[in-house]
Design a protein around this ligand. Structure first.
Ligand code: ADP
Ligand code: F6P
Length: 467
């Protein structure tokens, strides 16, 4: 009895190094960050897209200390274009994040989406043993639960939707709304990040399918599907330990010494949902309004490249780089550069040193399913302030953050000043409040609860419930 995880993104990506050998680098994104530690504890199989090196089909990861198996699925070039860049990232992603003007619904892309979902479902069925539990992830694979259910009516299937589930008036713009819901309802248990998303989902089931729903459940024939808010936690202890280590303290101090100013930190995938241009504009306004802040505050933006082949993402990069250049051109003086822009991912140690060094962390997405960066900062910082968008799912769980409206450039600029002037005791009290909430629902609890509820405690005496 084991867990079979399915996601489009693989946990580690193979890259050929200068020595000609293949090295596995951790993928960046909320889904893989959360699930890799789960699989390292549980073992099992993870099925994911082989974006590069299609010849490597079955691998054992992580490289240094293999704990689980990855079945890598190569996709045809046309399917990558139509399924990944097309329906997943050109239709479902913008629609779920309320960017309807960016959503394009094309029949050919929907057909590819169905085809690729069939490939994933078949791969899972091929490697499943009796009693295995299927745990399917995210909007790229919404049809997989229904496909597995059709082949194995008795299967235990969980699904986690990592992004927002939008209001019904937005969702019903999708021409294949019924099919998407029916696919998802093949699962026994569907998890989402917030109560609002689950309410929207239940409303969609009632109105689009005419299904019978109750609080947290949908009737599908003889089955009852549970739909619950279960926001992903982080491994709080690991972040706390790393953040308080002498090596991190020294790295953080070095970062502060190099800047010689207060530090505002922003860490994101370079995605239009993250509100990076709006945030930079707010920082520009802040510097205009507060001449005394010039030379005393620096914004560090760490942006990891994402979906670089898509024109919308390439355009965003150009836009962000233009804004960084404009602000730096306008305000730099006496060796001070207002915005430091890092276009790459940081490794875990570097990242936590940045969290620790920051006086304030700006997490200001225009829309975000949850946002793990906010939680990671709250678990790592000792004296920083978290500014958090009211449109990030994590805002429900982090009352110690200062809630901001990312569309309100003036308001954001004013809140920055408030954050930088906040007394130390208040900062510490807010962090302590957030840490308490994070500890109560950390990653271990999230995993254990989900798998236990999915499989049923009695059916699972093995490692799944021994977290
Ligand atoms: P998303 O899933 O949309 O990328 P999240 O904030 O939920 O957003 O998750 C992002 C994950 O990726 C976090 O664990 C964060 O630490 C990591 N990450 C994001 N940007 C970077 C970066 N520039 N360098 C290193 N890690 C990053
Ligand atoms: O966490 C949300 C998410 O959409 C994941 O599904 C995805 O893996 C990640 O962000 C990054 O996107 P991509 O897989 O397209 O690089």
């Amino acid at each position: 009895m084991a867990v079979i995880v399915l996601s489009n993104r693989e946990p580690y990506a193979p890259r050929t190094g200068p020595d000609g050998r293949v090295h596995w680098t951790a993928s960046i994104g909320g889904l893989t960050t959360a699930l890799d530690p789960v699989m390292q504890r549980e073992g099992g199989t993870w099925i994911a897209w082989a974006e590069t090196h299609p010849e490597l089909r079955t691998v054992h990861l992580p490289e240094a200390r293999p704990r689980y198996r990855v079945e890598r699925l190569p996709l045809a070039e046309d399917d990558v274009r139509l399924f990944y860049h097309g329906f997943a990232n050109g239709a479902l992603w913008p629609m779920s994040h309320y960017f309807l003007e960016r959503a394009q619904y094309r029949r050919e892309e929907w057909d590819a989406y169905r085809r690729v979902n069939e490939t994933f479902a078949q791969a899972a069925l091929d490697c499943a043993q009796d009693g295995d539990v299927f745990w399917v992830h995210d909007y790229q694979l919404a049809l997989v639960p229904g496909l597995i259910r059709r082949a194995r009516p008795e299967a235990r299937i969980g699904f986690f939707w990592h992004i927002p589930w939008p209001a019904q008036d937005v969702f019903r713009t999708l021409p294949w709304d019924r099919e998407l819901l029916e696919g998802l309802l093949g699962a026994d248990l569907i998890g989402m990040h917030t109560a609002a998303y689950t309410r929207h989902f239940l409303e969609a089931c009632a109105r689009t399918l005419g299904a019978e729903t109750d609080v947290g459940t949908v009737r599908v024939g003889a089955r009852t599907v549970r739909v619950e808010a279960r926001p992903i936690g982080i491994d709080v202890a690991t972040f706390e330990t790393l953040a308080s280590s002498p090596v991190t303290a020294e790295r953080a101090q070095r970062l502060r010494d190099n800047l010689r100013t207060l530090m505002l930190l922003c860490v994101d995938r370079l995605d239009y949902t993250k509100g990076i241009p709006e945030r930079l504009a707010a920082f520009g306004t802040f510097l205009e309004r507060h001449p005394a802040a010039r030379g005393r505050v620096t914004l560090v933006q760490v942006a990891v490249p994402s979906r670089e082949r898509a024109p919308a993402y390439r355009h965003l990069r150009t836009q962000v780089e233009g804004l960084v250049g404009r602000i730096n051109g306008q305000f730099s003086r006496d060796g001070w550069t207002p915005v430091h822009y890092i276009y790459r991912g940081l490794d875990r140690e570097e990242l936590v040193a940045h969290y620790r060094a920051a006086d304030a962390m700006l997490v200001t997405p225009l829309r975000d399913g949850l946002n793990l960066v906010a939680k990671e900062f709250a678990a790592s910082s000792q004296d920083g302030v978290l500014l958090l968008s009211r449109f990030a799912g994590a805002v429900d769980e982090l009352p110690g953050a200062i809630e901001v409206n990312p569309y309100d450039v003036d308001g954001l600029s004013a809140t920055l000043m408030r954050a930088l002037r906040m007394p130390l005791e208040e900062k510490k009290a807010r962090l302590a409040q957030m840490r308490q909430a994070l500890r109560r629902h950390d990653l271990r609890a999230w995993t254990a609860d989900f798998l236990r509820d999915l499989a049923g405690v009695a059916a699972l005496p093995g490692p799944l419930v021994q977290l």
